[in-house]
Design a protein around this ligand. Structure first.
Ligand code: ASP
Ligand code: MG
Length: 407
């Protein structure tokens, strides 16, 4: 017998038929003798609609009231699933964030979970009741409803699994696992049986959108075993686990891409101490996150500086750098949103050399120019023209021997 948290995303609870299917799945786990708690998202599209309403009324709406509105999506599905479970003879009860309670800080719209007091839920599971918790929401220090940021019900599920010391947190979604890369681009992408927390974290942060990044961070910190699986098909998914569970560490586990970045180049920046600090201070002051950075060796007293920012932040970055142009003394600012970041990720990189070379060689053979390079212990990322995204991902998937049998 195990204790399992089952989380169902928006597409899995998109209509009443699907909610009935979910109830069937939960019932099966209960009948197998497991203790089960469920976490649900809002029905597909509902949160988007609620966000739009807030924006239409006032673009600069009060974040506390935004939370009051957007948290309702999950309230609906928690009640509906509890009814569907009762209808098939499973004892169930819905729980809103404030009822559990899921305690968060006061950062409305993107609150952090501070603690989940799970004792009552554990007690009820012990007597055969299934708690159905509304994901994405909690209660802030002043007693108001908070939400955890978009995609936050993954985080709710992992946090609940940690709080009730679950053996596993199963995330049911519209894909059947974690793949070596996006199967829409590479039909021969393979489903991974398991992947380490660290790899999953790198993949999630560079564009693999299966799990919310913060939920992976929390799973890693709390050592929660996570399984990603399909709510539509009956087959095992992919496990996200500690790297100790690997017999052999894969050199490269996956390839991710993201078109969410834009490239900014400052031409002929004076080459003197303090210039980088001034540029990045200005950006930080405007809340612009910088990712990749390159700076050339100076020649004739100046240098070019290139970096990437989120596409959504590009206008703000141009604005703030424009305002300090005289102070910094650069010649021109060039912005290019038509770029893609391609990343290869694998824990085996720690102990093997040549991973980056393979990447550069494979891209060269396809005639793809690399604009910026950055690395971490288990990741190499390059920035290329957005036109080459698919070609680059396919070439790398083959170069690292990740192609599965032709379908
Ligand atoms: N319903 C919320 C959203 O759409 C939370 C979630 O689905 O994870 O962002
Ligand atoms: Mg989601």
């Amino acid at each position: 017998m195990a204790r399992i948290v089952m989380k169902f995303g928006g597409t899995s609870v998109a209509d009443l038929d699907r909610i009935r299917t979910v109830a069937g799945r939960v019932k099966r786990e209960v009948e197998a003798g497991h203790e089960v708690a469920v976490v649900v998202s809002a029905m597909a599209g509902v949160t988007n609609g609620l966000v739009r309403w807030c924006q239409e009324l006032s673009p600069l709406h009060d974040a506390r009231e935004y939370d009051t509105v957007v948290a309702t999506g999950e309230q609906v599905t928690s009640g509906l699933l509890a009814i569907a479970l009762q209808a098939v003879g499973v004892e169930a009860r819905s729980w809103q964030g404030w009822q559990v309670p899921v305690r968060t800080d006061g950062a409305h719209g993107k609150a952090r979970v501070e603690a989940i007091e799970g004792e009552e839920l554990v007690r009820r599971m012990g007597v055969g009741q299934v708690p159905v918790m509304a994901g994405f929401q909690g209660i802030g220090p002043l007693g108001r409803v908070t939400t955890l940021g978009r995609g936050g019900s993954d985080l709710s599920a992992v946090a609940l699994a940690a709080a009730v010391k679950a053996d596993r947190c199963d995330i049911y979604t519209d894909v059947d696992g974690i793949y070596t890369t996006d199967p829409r681009i590479v039909p021969r992408a393979r489903k991974l049986e398991r992947i380490s927390y660290e790899e999953m974290l790198e993949l999630a942060s560079v564009g693999a959108k299966v799990l919310q990044t913060r939920s992976v961070e929390l799973a890693m910190k709390q050592r929660v075993r996570v399984q990603v699986l399909s709510s539509f098909e009956d087959k095992p998914g992919s496990l996200v686990v500690d790297e100790d569970e690997f017999v052999e560490q894969p050199l490269v586990s996956g390839i991710a891409y993201s078109r969410d970045d834009a490239k900014v180049t400052l031409r002929r920046v004076p080459d003197r101490p303090g210039i980088a600090a001034s540029v990045f201070d200005a950006l930080a002051g405007a809340n612009v996150n910088v990712d990749m950075i390159v700076q050339n060796v100076g020649a004739d007293g100046s240098t070019d500086m290139t970096f990437t920012v989120g596409k959504a932040d590009l206008a703000r970055a141009e604005d703030v750098l424009g305002r300090v142009r005289d102070e910094l003394g650069y010649e021109a600012l060039l912005a290019d949103p038509e770029v893609a970041k391609i990343s290869v990720v694998g824990i085996g990189m720690r102990s093997h050399t040549g991973v980056a070379n393979t990447m550069f060689r494979a891209l060269a053979e396809k005639g793809i120019n690399i604009q910026v390079i950055s690395t971490s212990e288990i990741k190499v990322s390059v920035l290329v023209s957005a036109d080459y995204t698919e070609l680059a991902v396919r070439a790398l998937h083959t170069a690292y021997g990740l192609d599965g049998p032709a379908g």
